[in-house]
Design a protein around this ligand. Structure first.
Ligand code: MCN
Ligand code: MOS
Length: 709
């Protein structure tokens, strides 16, 4: 610690993860690694039909099975209180509420036994009869109850019908995207124990602070008597953002038995229990002049939602801010189906919206003969199109231009089917991307001690993103100490409340809170009369202090409401080259260039990993991933890693990733969220490349072989 309280160039450095060694050595405990003394094991009983009622449950054989301690179903379980809404506006139908079945795989009971094997065996012995109903599984099923504008996201500026009618050129496309699963590697786990009146839960959650509130409400215990622990999480991609019924049931079983209970979902259960990206259908209508300048944009989206569920599908949320266009209208609907609950999945809404809008823009480029990159530049939103305020930062132009240069776009022959490579048709496509600013309040506790070490504490977690590492880097730079001297204690709700790892909102909120804490600390130290260049250790020593601790806070969303600038999210552009085997219909990505504006990057290596992950997920979305429901039972028919296809190494070319842009002027640390932007423009870039290769416009993801034949 020096009088200037800072160390140059620690933020941004591509340092290795500070938790990396622990991870590869198996010393980083994931939820399934926790075992508590006296712990017993749970297995779920899941519905084998998609709709109807339970008419009979016979628990007797299961209860008599070896090792079984309890079997809880709706007709014998203690009642729970309904859960509250989370920060993303969704709640959950409380489990075991009644005899109704709303989807296949619904958790209708929990069995607890001494061993996991005994619990799994006994779960099969519970006899259940149903009065089955015909499930509603498809967005187009006329029986589906459709809500109009359920979240008030519909918007309108200007006069879209008039502008469309008057446009020189119009595009009208309907784009569909199949349901996709997050399928994180780490099987979701709950280990719940009641210690006196205190509930301690190890749970696979991206939102520990919210889970604490939810369990406190449902189990009627004060919040301070609930502790949620999630120091390491084996991937979430949004699956850990909601409160899920297996967590509640495990906690309930632990309460009934007054013993620690552990539940680990199986891989097929993951596909029915922790959400998925909803199937959606969008219609995009564009109006433009002959030079490709947009005069009208109409965006209508419908997404699937679980029966009785209320999850927002923010597909049209970003639309009004994407391009400078005087007349823009958005419409939002959702259809309730007998499908497992939907959830959020990386860039929820934004990635669907961009597939439709960026595909439609490619159609417009085709019709007007304007180059696709030039088309986007002609419609560039120099200021926020809704508020008219200047962006806090926006380097989308640079994303487009740097991407074009790295990719070699200039040499592209715009005519479809113009390039061959052996028996492959080769095509090149691109897409831009805009992301919404998102932030929640964040609190940290920052302490420095006499040995010159700092400790940062917060409830927020690291889902694989690099939270540990950037927390240490930001703290080290602001305090002028080495990264090795920063201890990071996260993923524990006994620490100050933090946002979920979600909406690409944690890093920015946390960084701002740490900066606030560092400022507070500097003031306190100033009061201690620090000498120029004096270290922490010496200063605390002189005053006989062991430790100095302060609290830091950020509320960026709150600050945004009275800001002169429009706080920006990340921006990106992607350029893809595909090869299409016309005889077999196989599409392969040959090259992929991704350029991202995330403001100031906190760690060049972990940020790059985010971009790689997003690009790989984008390839999956474009070409491979789709949940298949059995039309009779509503079962996810491909709910294993053998059947649900995700990209493997052969599907992913070398990725060319670049970060551009300036530090953001709204976030005091200059950083913007970037965990999701990397997926947003990938699928439309690939779909546009497929069109360039073949002349065929596929408006339905994933682009599987059957659609190419
Ligand atoms: N980062 C950076 N500089 C910035 C912003 C971020 O270097 N200016 C890097 C940091 O390493 C940071 C990471 O990017 O830890 C993500 O930061 P941020 O964009 O704030 O996103 P969150 O921390 O809120 O993480 C959630 C985000 C989302 S919403 C999904 S979905 C997703 C994603 O992160 N799920 C992931 N990336 C994931 N990565 C992994 N390994 N696993 C997941 O489940
Ligand atoms: Mo991300 S889908 O907001 O966890």
């Amino acid at each position: 610690m020096t009088a200037t309280l800072a160390k140059e160039n620690v933020i941004g450095r591509p340092i290795d993860r500070i938790d990396g060694r622990r991870k590869v050595a198996g010393a980083a405990p994931y939820p399934s690694d926790f075992d508590l003394p006296g712990q017993v094991h749970a297995a779920l009983i899941s519905s084998t039909v998609a709709a109807g009622r339970i008419t009979r449950i016979d628990r007797s054989r299961a209860e008599a099975a070896p090792g079984v301690l309890t079997v809880l179903t709706h007709d014998n379980a203690p009642a729970l209180v309904d859960p509250p809404q989370n920060a993303l506006g969704s709640t959950m139908r409380r489990p075991l509420r009644d005899d109704r079945i709303l989807h296949y795989g619904q958790h209708i009971g929990i069995v607890v036994a001494n061993t996991r094997a005994e619990a799994l065996a006994a779960a099969k012995l519970v006899e259940i009869e149903y009065a089955e109903e015909d499930p509603v599984l498809d967005l187009d099923d006329p029986r589906a109850a459709v809500e109009d504008n359920p979240f008030g996201m519909a918007s309108s500026r200007g006069d879209v019908p008039a502008a469309l009618a008057a446009a020189d050129v119009t595009v009208d496309g309907t784009y569909t995207i199949g349901a996709e699963a997050n399928s994180p590697m780490g099987l979701f786990t709950t280990v719940a124990s009641w210690q006196g009146g205190r509930l301690v839960v190890h749970d696979t959650t991206q939102a520990p602070s919210f889970l604490r509130i939810a369990l406190s409400v449902m189990f009627e215990v004060p919040e301070e008597n609930v502790r949620v622990l999630i120091p390491f999480l084996g991937g979430g991609f949004g699956a850990g953002l909601r409160l899920w019924s297996h967590t509640v049931l495990t906690t309930l079983a632990a309460r009934v038995l007054d013993r620690p209970v552990k539940l680990v979902l199986s891989r097929p259960q993951m596909f029915h229990s922790v959400g998925h990206r909803a199937a959606s259908r969008q219609r995009v209508q564009l109006g433009a002049d002959r030079d490709g300048r947009l005069t009208a944009l109409d965006h209508d989206a419908i997404a699937a939602n679980g029966m009785g569920d209320n999850l927002p599908s923010p597909i049209v949320a970003v639309t009004p801010a994407t391009y400078a266009c005087a007349n823009v209208a958005t419409h939002e609907r959702r259809a309730h189906l007998n499908i497992p609950y939907t959830g959020f999945m990386r860039a929820p809404g934004a990635v669907e919206a961009h597939f439709a809008i960026e595909s439609a823009l490619d159609e417009l480029a085709d019709q007007t003969g304007v180059d696709p990159v030039e088309l986007r530049l002609r419609n560039y939103a120099e200021v926020h199109p809704e508020s008219g305020k200047p962006w806090s930062s926006k380097a989308l132009r640079e994303c487009l231009e740097v991407g074009a240069q790295r990719f070699g776009w200039a040499g592209r022959d715009p005519a479809p089917r113009s390039t061959h490579d052996g028996d492959q048709l080769v095509g090149q496509g691109m897409a831009g991307a805009s992301f919404e600013f998102y932030a929640l309040p964040c609190t940290v506790r920052l302490a420095v001690d006499r040995r010159g070490n700092a400790t940062v504490r917060t409830a927020g977690t690291d889902i694989g993103t690099g939270t540990y590492t950037i927390t240490a880097q930001i703290t080290a730079e602001l305090l002028g100490i080495d990264v090795e001297n920063v201890r990071v204690v996260i993923g524990d709700t006994d620490q100050p409340p933090a946002p979920q790892s979600g909406g690409s909102g944690l890093a920015g909120a946390l960084a701002a809170a740490i900066q606030n804490a560092a400022g507070e600390l500097a003031e306190q130290l100033a009061r201690l009369d620090g000498r120029p260049g004096e270290s922490f250790a010496s200063l605390l020593d002189r005053h006989g202090l062991d430790e100095l601790a302060v609290t830091g806070y950020s509320d960026l969303a709150g600050a945004a409401t009275h800001s002169d600038v429009a706080p920006a999210g990340a921006f990106a552009a992607a350029y893809a080259e595909v090869g299409v085997d016309e005889e077999l219909g196989v599409v392969r990505v040959r090259r992929l260039v991704s350029v991202i504006d995330g403001g100031r990057v906190f760690n060049a290596k972990t940020a790059r990993s985010q971009a790689i992950g997003g690009a790989v997920m984008g390839i999956g979305m474009a070409l491979l991933e789709e949940l298949a429901y059995d039309p009779n039972s509503g079962r996810v028919a491909n709910g294993t890693f053998g059947d649900y296809l995700v990209p493997v190494n052969l599907d992913v070319p070398d990725l060319d990733i670049t970060f551009v842009g300036e530090p953001d002027t709204f976030n005091p640390t200059g950083g913007k969220g970037l965990g999701e932007i990397g997926i947003v423009s990938i699928a439309p870039a690939i779909a546009n490349a497929v069109h360039h290769a073949t002349g065929r416009r596929i408006r339905d993801l994933p682009i599987t072989l059957d659609k190419m034949l």
